[in-house]
Design a protein. Structure first.
Length: 458
């Protein structure tokens, strides 16, 4: 190995000092790695694989700044195989083929190649397909990193040949530990003797939302803008931090998986009659930049799908809130959305509308297209009348009971029941009315159904 000169060493040190703090503090081995204890804690599967240099092809999936690229670098430092770092952003299919050719040549000589592909979800299908034969025959060990759900973004054939490791957002304690190390390490700000309380570090950790890169970047900005204390060393205080941590950047991609995760959380919190959780998820969406009209539309759907006739006013209020959001926009409409979210959370629940439609839709799709019964067909022409269109039709308003006993379903579906009221909230009245109608129509009673208290509400 060639010995580095003093001039080269000084140049390298200066270059390292110019790197962002997150790059300088990137862990070099597992002893420096923080977080993901479920994967790299003592005795855990991924740690054992790295320590034994028995890495399989894998996908590292998790939010930004949780250690995906760092783990790949740890593997690079630990493995005896050739390690190739590859970016899906800057490289194309030509570079893939060149790397694969070298890897295949190495395999024939008994050499292993570990290929790390950052942001693998950015590759299109053809580019991902180019990896497949080389992964299958063992020419390369593929490590892909992605912030997107690999179920949707990685080809199923390639995904089936990779083990997926899910990385979680770092905890508050994880981030405080990283920040404290950055202040004390020679690779960080150790020489500056920065004064920063644990309380300040904890505020940076909370602001960073589980993202180590964000946390270290925030600390670096705070140090750059800090005042000088009496001892001549930088001091990070409340005033400096308030300027740096002006607005929390919530992880919320309006077109990605997190969008669907959070709207699902909102919907299910309302369904479970939990207004506190529902308002929190609403705030997460709005503060993340979600279109309020999208949320309002979901509430309109919820009003019928999950509340229905248990509280008919829910649909009216939800529609009114959509109008308010349309006319006012954010931030004024936030309170209107909060009102409908809380209302829907506390409303009596019934999914009878959705169930009724689903049952009818299943019959419409799976059975023959039954003809409309003659008695309820329209007969505007003489020919149609001669074919008995409309024959036997009873105009309900002309009866004393305001209801006829004729059937409106096709003969093959006679007796089908699609709407089944739950009996909750105002739907209890609907249930009583329906039972009265069916009893009269089936001849089980002579009492006109619409004269009963079940219908009138008395």
């Amino acid at each position: 190995m060639r010995q580095m000169t003093l001039i080269e060493g000084a140049a390298d040190a200066a270059g390292e000092a110019q790197q962002p703090l997150a790059s300088r503090m990137r862990p070099r081995d597992l002893s420096e790695f923080v977080g993901q204890e479920h994967l790299v804690g003592e005795g855990k599967i991924l740690r054992q694989m790295i320590e034994r240099d028995q890495i399989p092809s894998m996908i590292l999936w998790g939010p930004p700044g949780v250690g995906k690229t760092t783990l790949a670098n740890v593997v690079a430092n630990a493995t005896k195989a050739e390690f190739v770092n590859y970016s899906a952003v800057t490289s194309g299919i030509k570079e893939i083929k060149e790397i694969m050719a070298r890897a295949e040549s190495g395999r024939r000589m008994g050499l292993r190649t570990v290929l790390f592909v950052d942001e693998i979800h950015r590759f299109n299908k053809a580019q991902q397909d180019a990896f497949l034969p080389y992964v299958e025959q063992g020419s390369i060990i593929l490590i892909g990193a992605t912030t997107e759900n690999p179920s949707f973004e990685v080809n199923s054939a390639l995904l089936s040949r990779c083990k997926v490791f899910v990385l979680r957002g770092l905890t508050e304690d994880n981030l405080v530990s990283l920040l404290r190390r950055a202040l004390e390490s020679e690779r960080g700000f150790g020489r500056l003797r920065v004064s920063c309380s644990d309380d300040m570090l904890r505020k940076i950790a909370i602001f960073s939302n589980g993202d180590a890169r964000n946390a270290l970047g925030t600390l670096e900005t705070a140090v750059a803008n800090s005042a000088v204390g009496k001892d001549g060393n930088p001091v990070i205080d409340e005033d400096v931090l308030a300027q740096v941590v002006s607005r929390k950047a919530l992880m919320y991609d309006k077109t990605g998986e997190e969008h669907y995760n959070i709207i699902s959380a909102l919907h299910k919190s309302m369904r479970n009659s939990d207004p506190d959780a529902a308002v929190y998820w609403l705030a997460r969406m709005l503060e993340g930049g979600e279109d309020p009209l999208y949320i309002a539309r979901r509430c309109i759907r919820f009003a019928s799908e999950d509340v229905g006739l248990a509280d008919p006013n829910a649909l009216l209020l939800a529609t009114a809130v959509w109008d308010a959001c349309h006319n006012l926009g954010v931030p004024e409409c936030n309170v209107h959305l909060t009102e409908i979210v809380v209302y829907l959370s506390l409303a009596p629940k019934s999914n009878a509308m959705e169930e009724a439609y689903n049952r009818a839709a299943a019959d419409a799709q799976n059975m023959m297209a039954e003809p409309v019964p003659l008695q309820i067909r329209n007969a505007p022409t003489r020919l149609m009348k001669s074919l008995d269109y409309g024959k036997g039709y009873t105009y309900a308003h002309h009866t004393d009971e305001k209801i006829a006993r004729m059937s409106c379903l096709p003969e093959a579906l006679e007796g089908r029941r699609y709407y089944t009221p739950t009996g909750l909230g105002r739907e209890a009245n609907m249930k009583a009315r329906l039972e009265a109608v069916r009893a009269w129509r089936e001849g089980r009673t002579d009492t006109p159904p619409f004269a009963t208290s079940a219908y009138t509400g008395r």
